[in-house]
Design a protein around this ligand. Sequence first.
Ligand code: NDP
Ligand code: BG6
Length: 513
Amino acid sequence: MSDTQRHPFLHGLSKHRGAPPTVVIIFGASGDLTARKLIPAVYNLSHDNLLPADFYLVGYGRKPIPDDEFRGLAADAIKEFSRRELKPEIWDRVAAHTTYVAGGYDDRAAFDRLAAHIDALEKKLGRDVQRLFYISTPPSVFAPILLNLGASGLAAKHLGLPHHSKVIIEKPFGKDLVSARELNVTIRSVFEEHQVYRIDHYLGKETVQDLLVQRFANAIFEPLWNRNFIDSVQITVAEEVGVGTRGGYYEQSGCLRDMIQNHTMQLLALTAMEPPGSLHAEAIRDEKVKVLNAIQPLTIGPAGDVARAQYAAGMIGGKAVPGYLEEEGIAAQSNTETYAALRLSINNWRWQGVPFYLRSGKRMARRVSEIAINFRRPPGTLFAGETARFDLAANTLSFQIQPDEGLSLILNTKVPGLETRTQPVKMSFRYATTFGSNTAEAYERLVLDAMIGDGTLFIRGDEAEASWKLCTPVLDYWRSVGRTGMDTYAAGGWGPPSADALLAKQNHCWRQP
Ligand code: NDP
Ligand code: BG6
């Protein structure tokens, strides 16, 4: 039984925000993600009074770091990366309960020391606290950490609290279907599924959560949300940044593994799933798995459903930037794609015949993530011929995930004047205008949800496998053909010609968000 089934008041999008006394243990606490996202998330939760009064933070890593030094590093991280500036009176509360344990990830004795450290915290406090383990290390040590959590008894459930131990696991969740299945087996040998939180930070983004509200809290969309009215769907996650200093990781990953298999597939699942029976985590995840499993296997190879490319040198923000093959740590003949596009067909009653186009790339014209729902064109009879000077545009509803989060709808409108001329106009809603701009970051929401025990915005094991099932044959094919078919695009552009060709086959073209 899941946490949310046991605690119905915790479920769904509106929930009681009281987290039980908790110790968060971060593995990989000296790392980049901890500094840029996790510590600032803890700080901002504290700022918003969303941490339990008895909250403890324990950093864990191989490098010995004295407690004081770790607190100093954490304070520096907040100063550099938090959306709010560090206020001593808020940080001091957290810092007073922040400690560090040094140890290897495959060192059983070190896990016993960690267990003793947590026992000592509890003893001092005089009560048990929930243990939330956050695995923020490179994936090579996910399995040893999980196995040591099991062997040391740290993963065990306690009698006092319903789910005493939980684990958040960072991405990438495996590198293909086989490794994702193996990781699931390892996890389940130690934790029960309801204790496991596989993170995809896109699910914590405000607009992604709003997608469910827009779809199911407004009566006007759902009747149109099907093959009778929708012509195609485009999901874009474009980044301006290049591979930067992450060449070592990225060469092993590439865009399909880094962005498509997880972030864009999750966006697709939320867009295309059937209405869930409730807002319980399991009800939503069941629907996501169903729709992921209804996607037809991709046709791979020349003229198939997939395009890949690497960025070539170009201009970003008026500055010349190098091509992928010239970046530091990248093999001269690298076979790693920095851009991928997919054309997907969902074989069910609602979506048959509606192409879903997914694309993501680094070094694109601008940073923008959106889901665009393109409706069928209206019959042109009334405004065709002599009275119309322009073709009618298709209505497009777009969810802008970032930046400038919002929602817009393109409508055809009469241009004022004595002639009947139509022109597409955009009706827009912007979160910042209505609600202010300093909203919570995805990691704040997700860390809090895990503390509370709500898995709605996390990926279940079978979802991860369903998505890998679709992507793995593509990766196998690309590996088998080397660089054959690898397209290029100029940095600062909107992607390669082969991705345009994917859409041209059905008389579509990519939107310029
Ligand atoms: P880092 O490379 O910064 O590694 C985190 C920590 O893990 C290091 O500080 C180090 O700590 C330990 N570590 C590093 N390399 C190894 C190794 N080969 N073997 C064992 N331990 C090692 O990773 P990030 O913080 O960037 O990422 C952590 C996780 O989060 C990864 O799974 C990544 O894919 C994921 N992620 C990261 C994002 C980011 O923006 N950074 C974004 C989304 C996901 P010590 O030496 O003290 O043990
Ligand atoms: C991460 C990828 O998951 O998402 C990165 O590993 C990418 O390569 C990042 O840059 C993008 O996240 P966001 O929130 O900045 O869109």
